[in-house]
Design a protein around this ligand. Structure first.
Ligand SMILES: Nc1nc2c(ncn2[C@@H]2O[C@H](COP(=O)(O)OP(=O)(O)OP(=O)(O)O)[C@@H](O)[C@H]2O)c(=O)[nH]1
Ligand SMILES: [Mg+2]
Length: 304
């Protein structure tokens, strides 16, 4: 069996009493030696159950999965590798080896388990599937990389690469931030196929699709600023220009066909177009700076 002494299995939990025991035991059964449960002050007996299954249990400060992961990695983990999973029995401990192996054998920095490779029936609601598809497409469009499943909760990384990314998100934006961070920091990422199973009966989700989905999309947009400024500023510039052109068209139409002048609207139109073009130019310039910076960093780090 592989020596997993340098790996910590990290399980954030919030009210997962129905499943946590089996999940912790599952990872020990696969030969892992360190299982750390970071609990978000569950109202059920999740911490006690995790502890009796043998896990090290700590209570997070603040709220949210993102805060829990950050705190765990910086304050409680001292192994070189971290394997992150949910405590809800939707991921299979048997597949942990496939996720950790590229870190240990191939010197990869970050591994993402792709749930869409084997999506179990009832594992993901139709709404969440549509949301995930949209978010993954937007990510590929903005960043030019196909990570297939950027929101996957089953992933592994070196502690060092996590600290380089230094994520700031509190809640479910953490996976987005990690995925974007890998590109920003020029980390080697590998995507491996995994199964994603339905939560067992009696276990309930913590995800609120509309609220958390909006936070994820905003996170993705906010993080585009440093990676793809042309998209970040350009999309705002395009909206402003289109609004200006819309108003301008209306003003022109009224002026030529009805002999009526709309001075204020004409001003709005001109402002919208000028502002839009300025944003677009700013985006182009920032894009140039980012490209040059990335090229320099590549040369400095000697990474491909
Ligand atoms: N410590 C901590 N853990 C959390 C918090 N919110 C969620 N979790 C845990 O993070 C993991 C992922 O949350 P889930 O509710 O499973 O979210 P999801 O996987 O996107 O949604 P499902 O498809 O329903 O499983 C689970 O193990 C939760 O118990 C929190 O605020 N603090
Ligand atoms: Mg889950």
């Amino acid at each position: 069996m592989v020596d997993y002494g340098d790996v910590t299995v990290l399980l954030p939990t919030l009210d997962e009493a129905a499943t946590v025991t089996g999940v912790v035991e599952g990872f020990y059964g696969e030969g892992f030696e360190h299982v750390l449960v970071i609990d978000g002050r569950s109202s059920d007996d999740t911490p006690a159950k995790a502890a009796s299954a043998g896990a090290t249990v700590v209570s997070q400060s603040g709220t949210g999965k993102g805060q829990a992961i950050r705190e765990a990695v910086s304050d409680y983990i001292d192994t070189q590798y971290v394997l992150m999973a949910d405590a809800d029995a939707t991921y299979r401990p048997e597949e942990a080896h496939d996720i950790v192996e590229p870190l240990m054998e191939e010197d990869v920095d970050h591994v993402i388990g792709n749930r869409f490779a084997n999506l179990g029936g009832g594992a993901m609601s139709r709404l969440n599937q549509v949301g995930n598809t949209l978010i993954n497409r937007a990510f590929a469009f903005i960043h030019g990389y196909e990570f297939k499943d950027i929101l996957s909760g089953y992933r592994a990384f070196t502690r060092e690469s996590f600290q380089e990314i230094n994520p700031q998100t509190q809640g479910f934006g953490i996976e987005t931030e990690l995925s974007v961070g890998c590109i920003e920091q020029n980390h080697d990422v590998e995507v491996v196929p995994i199964h994603y199973d339905a939560r067992p009966a009696g276990s309930t989700t913590n995800l609120r699709p509309f609220r958390d989905g909006s936070i994820i999309i905003l996170t993705l947009y906010r993080l585009a600023r440093t990676n793809n400024p042309l998209f970040y500023f350009g999309s705002l510039g395009l909206i402003s220009t289109l609004v200006g052109v819309g108003f301008g068209g209306f003003v022109g139409y009224r002026w030529f066909l009805h002999d009526t002048a709309h001075e204020v609207l004409a001003l709005v139109a001109a402002f919208g177009i000028i502002f839009g073009f300025q944003l677009l130019m700013f985006g182009l310039l920032s894009d140039l700076i980012v490209k040059l910076h990335r090229e320099q960093m590549r040369q400095l780090n000697g990474r491909e």
